[in-house]
Ligand binder design. Sequence first.
Ligand code: ADP
Ligand code: MG
Length: 465
Amino acid sequence: MPAPPELRLEEALDFAVLNGLLKRTPDGGLIHAPFTLAPCPIDPETNRRLKELSPVFNRLAFSVSRDLDFLAQALEEVVAADPFSADLLNLVRPAPSRNPLVLQITRSDYFLQAAAGDALPDIRQVELNTISASYAGSAGRVSGLHRHLLRETPHTEALIPNDPIPLLVEGFREAFALYGQPRACVLMVVQAGEGNVFDQRMFEFALVELGIPLRRATLEEIAADGSLREGHLVLRGEIAAITYFRAGYTPDDHRTPEALRAREMIENSSTISVPGVATQLAGTKKVQQVLSDAAVLKNFLPEDDATAVRATFAKMHTLEEPLDSPQGPRPAWQAAQASPGQFVLKPQREGGGNNLYDEELVRALESSSAEERRAFILMERIAPIPHRSVMVAEGRAKDEPGLSEIGRFGVLVADGERILMNRDAGYLVRTKGHQVREGGVSAGFGHLDSLIARPPEEAYRPIGG
Ligand code: ADP
Ligand code: MG
């Protein structure tokens, strides 16, 4: 029998490097991406449910993105307080001016939370990512690492296989073919100096392998070198059949007027934008909060689907809505100040490191005006079940209770209202130390992980129990 994974750090690091589990450091060097040495346990039934939710959340984002009046109304308060959201809402165009083809790549993220009196945990959605849902490539590679480290042990059969890239690329292939310009390319919109470049390259090389060329450009480069020709987005002489955003989700990406101009050109062209601005907005925290109202949600999904997604929602609030407190009903922001540990305060931001917890939440609310509070939502704090984990970052391993966030990728292709493909496309697990509140691998909190099937009593057993 081989030594257990926790005694094979050096081998794991070598495997990580050999298999592209890497990131760029700010000074241009290379280092392995953070990962765990052994997979995260989950019971098969919960795993199945998570997988089944992907096409439902995909459809929800699709339906919401097509209702521009709803989006404008849902975001009305936010745009008054947040210029980034306002800029995006300004760019949205009604459907007829755009190509009817849709390609949607999403990742719905969840925590598993202990359910009183039930062996199976509650599924709680953290958020739905509709732009730049990343780590599909790295997630497949970390599954390979765990398979390698557990070889020759009885655990291998329980590993839950994961290889999202081929499934996602299938959506690109179908959408690319529907666009009907065989000599076109896919344009990947990137940030300058991206640390997570290798995850993007895995995606890129898989497309190239299918004979679909991919070009990378920043929004500024697209503004400088791009143009519209007969409705097509053309960059350096090539038509971009698909424009795939791995940028454009943070205000930094829209800092220059050129960047916004490029965004507008893309939105006004017939390129299949992944995502279009409306789909990006459908994934905002504000829209998530508005959809947590059953009366709103039912406008976008058939009843059974609405019930299934509602069962995963944590409570979400506007900051002014009345909440019960020991002193009677109070505006949610005051209730949150009184018991900050029960809430997360979220601005309209993506990419990790933006939410506020505990003292920070109290301080932010103390100093905010009613106007400023509109840019935020409050979310019930989820308490994920901890499990034993060995997390490796910067070459060093740490054995401590871990909290795992499980994301499920989804891919959807549509022509107008007609959905042609809508599937789950594998998973991403990010595990962080039990005292860490934020998440995200790029943001420096999470470690790439994979899943292993265990009976519930074993998967969620208290640590040390
Ligand atoms: P982002 O768009 O920045 O990824 P998220 O909503 O995913 O924003 O929040 C970032 C991280 O904060 C998550 O990965 C998770 O670790 C933590 N988090 C978010 N919402 C909650 C919540 N309701 N309860 C507990 N932790 C949360
Ligand atoms: Mg997130």
